[in-house]
Every structure is written in C-alpha cells, then in structure tokens.
Design a protein around this ligand. Structure first.
Ligand SMILES: *Cc1c(COP(=O)(O)O)cnc(C)c1O
Length: 412
C-alpha cells in the first residue's frame, strides 16, 4: 500500500511541500535540492537494518552489504577531501562537531571559534549550545572596518589564549577562509585545527574554494548544503585522531548508523567527483558574485562589500528595515531567505539587521548570471513595500512563473 492510501494526511503535506519547493525562490545559503538518485537511496530498505559498529566489526549479523556500502562511502569521502580517515556515521553537523571536540579536548579546555553573531555556528561556542557549556570559549571576531577575518589579530589572540582547538569555517561568512593561515596560527600556539566546512564543502569538492585537507587536523562537514547530498554529516581526520573519533561517534555518542543515509552519502561523493560538479561549484560562485553586484546596484549594502563564495550577507538597515521584517516581506513574495545578524549588529539575534542569501539551490535549478539580475530585482521589489500584502501576493505569482522555467525533479 502506498503512502497516499495509508496516510493521506502526511502524503498530502509532503506533496504540498514539494509544490512549495517548486514554486518558490530558495535563496537560503545552506539549502539545496538533493538529486533523485540520492532521494532514492535515502528512501531505501537500508533503513531497516541495525549495524552498530564499523565495517567488519558489527554488533549485529547480516551486515554483508551494509559493510560494502559504508566502505565505499569512507573511501570516497577520504579521496574527495584528501584526508586519510573518514567517519561517515554522524547524523548531523552539530553531532559531528560534538564528536570531533570530544576527540580533541577534555571538558573545560579552551576552544577558539568565530562569534556566533559574526558568522560562527552555534556549535562554535555559543552559551546556549553544548559547546559553550562544556568548553572554555574564547571567541575571535571579524575586523570592524573590513568585516573580514584579520589573521594577524587572530594570531596574536591565539598566542595569548593558547587554545586546545581552533575552529574555522562558518555559517555566515561571505569570504574565502584561508586554511593555510589558520594552520600557521594553530602551529604557533600548539592548537589543533578543526575546519568546519559545512557551508563550503561543495565548493571545496568542486575546486571553487581552497581545500582544507592539507591543513586541517580534523574536518567536519554536513552533506546537505553546497555538497548537495542527503541530510547528514561526516568527520575526516589525520590518522592519529582516527581511533578516538571512531570511538567517539560509536559507542561514544551515537547508536546505530543511518545506513540509508550512508548509501546516499556515498552517491553524493560520487557525484561530487564528476567533472559536472566542478562546473556546478564554479557556477555557484559566479552566480553569487553576479547577484552581489546586482544587489549593490539596487542600493543594498553588503557585509564586507561582496562575496568570494556562495553566500551574501545583506545589510537591510541600509534600506531602513530589519532582518525580521525583510524575511517576512520576502517570504510573502515567494522568496525564501533567513534573517541574520551582521557583524557588530545592534539588533537582537531574533531580529537582526541582515538577510543571508546563497546561490547553491538556484544554481542546481539551472540559473546563471543572467538570471541573477532578475533575482536581485525581485528581491529589491519585495522590500519596497514591506507591509503591503496585496503587493506581495502579486509578486509571489510572478516568482512562481519565473521558477516554472527551472524545474527541480522533472516529473517526480
Ligand atoms: C550547518 C552547520 C552546522 C550544523 O549542521 P546541522 O546538520 O544543522 O547540525 C555546523 N557548522 C556549520 C559551520 C554549519 O554551517
């Protein structure tokens, strides 16, 4: 029996969500559309299996094929990111960071990460997150003028603080992360370097951002953002951290792996090794740069003045708005974004002065630089009359018509 007959309520909501995805302009920098083959692996009978442990060392029988799948995923992940050791079992980016930290630090040790309101992730030391509760957090920031990382200042701070771990790689930072400079900083203060490449993994895999592999002690990444895989994460590490990380993931913090997701991750790594993925990654960056230029023409101030990667942080205060109002006006117009704080923001995090946008999703739908002009125009128009619901309704149907030219899944 199909879902449609068994549980029509849930079936219809899934259908509606698909429709929403088709009809709206998704500019959320951390979202993407997983291709059909990845949906297929994710929705497979592998979800039935228990396979606590690792290939060849399971606590349950019947893992002949699961072992082969996990070994392929491990091998591909190692090759893709240039690290000798890969653990493909973490359920999410936050779990991966939890597990990586536990392998590298003891409770109370010092962790240095970028401030949350300047582009760091919750798991990089926020007081409401386990990271801020288990470790001694000393955050670094971006320069007030350039709104970019000041590597000399971070070096000085790191030498003084002597952290056990430095984490780099962010959630809302539109510029290149110079992993080589962070390696120098980590070496100068005797810290481990953890590169959290969740946002830019697809760019790295496709050669559109410098790699982290040659510089990191440990890499964590999600697989569902620019990498365009299933919702999940992986940890990559130097040989010396391999054992501790594997123990930390299982039995340290997780039980059985999600074997259907492991298979989907393997497919995602295979896709990311193809020549087309290089083109995809390069196009994401070209689109972001084009969109940034167009937004500037519409009078928006961009944090740090532009972008080197897939994301743009727009200061909507420059139009007399705040993040919350802007996010709502955009959503009512069929443009899906998220409000965000900007460096040295004076608004509360729940309001924020910024809107974060990114191009991985629209690039998957086949948009190029030419379309970014219209995307910027739609964005700008949606914010012209932030309180006018009728106006937004009309714009929403215009957005829908535009998105109709860029199908996601064909006849799925
Ligand atoms: C998205 C993200 C994470 C967390 O991923 P979840 O799967 O949402 O837990 C961690 N670090 C960075 C830098 C991220 O952008």
């Amino acid at each position: 029996m199909s879902l449609k007959e068994k549980d029509p309520k849930i079936f219809s909501l899934v259908e509606k969500e698909l429709e929403r995805q088709i009809d709206t302009l998704d500019l959320i920098a951390s979202e993407n559309y997983a291709p059909k083959e990845i949906l297929e692996a994710s929705a497979s009978v592998l979800t039935n299996k228990y396979s606590e442990g690792y290939p060849g060392k399971r606590y349950y029988a019947g893992n002949e094929f699961i072992d082969q799948i996990e070994l392929i995923a491990i091998e591909r992940a190692s090759k893709l990111f240039g690290m000798p050791c890969a653990n493909v079992q973490p359920h999410s980016g936050s779990s991966a960071n939890f597990e990586a930290y536990r392998a590298l630090m003891k409770e109370g040790d010092t962790l240095m990460g970028l401030k949350l309101d300047q582009g760091g992730h919750l798991t990089h030391g926020s007081p409401v997150n386990f990271s801020g509760q288990l470790y001694n957090i000393v955050s670094y920031g971006v320069d007030k003028e350039t709104e970019q990382l000041d590597y000399d200042a971070i070096m000085e701070q790191a030498k003084e603080v002597k952290p056990k771990v430095i984490v780099c790689g962010y959630t809302a930072y539109p510029r290149t992360v110079y992993f080589d400079k962070f390696r120098e900083i980590a070496d100068a203060c005797g810290a481990y370097l953890l590169c959290d490449i969740a946002h830019i993994a697809g760019l790295i895999a496709g050669g559109a951002h410098m790699p982290a592999g040659p510089y990191a002690d440990v890499i964590t990444t999600t697989t569902h953002k620019s990498l365009r895989g299933p919702r999940g994460a992986i940890i990559l590490a130097k040989e010396e951290h391999c054992k501790l990380i594997n123990k930390g993931v299982f039995p340290g913090s997780q039980g059985g792996p999600l074997d259907h997701i492991t298979a989907a991750k393997a497919v995602c790594f295979h896709n990311a090794m193809q020549p087309e993925f290089k083109e995809y990654a390069a196009q994401i960056v070209k689109n972001a740069k084009a969109l940034a230029e167009e937004l500037k023409k519409h009078g928006f101030r961009l944090v740090s003045g532009g972008t080197d990667n897939h994301l743009i942080l727009i200061d909507v205060k420059s139009k007399g708005l705040n993040g919350k109002i802007a996010q709502n006006a955009l959503e009512n117009s069929g443009i899906i974004t998220n409000k965000n704080t900007i460096p040295y923001d004076t608004e509360k995090p729940f309001v924020g002065s910024g809107i974060r946008v990114g191009t991985p999703a629209v690039t998957t739908r086949g948009m190029k630089e030419e379309e970014m002009k219209y995307v910027a125009e739609l964005f700008s128009r949606a914010l012209e009359k932030p309180e006018d619901e009728e106006f937004h309704k009309k714009l929403k149907s215009e957005v829908k018509e535009f998105m109709g030219r860029f199908p996601i899944y064909g006849d799925l």
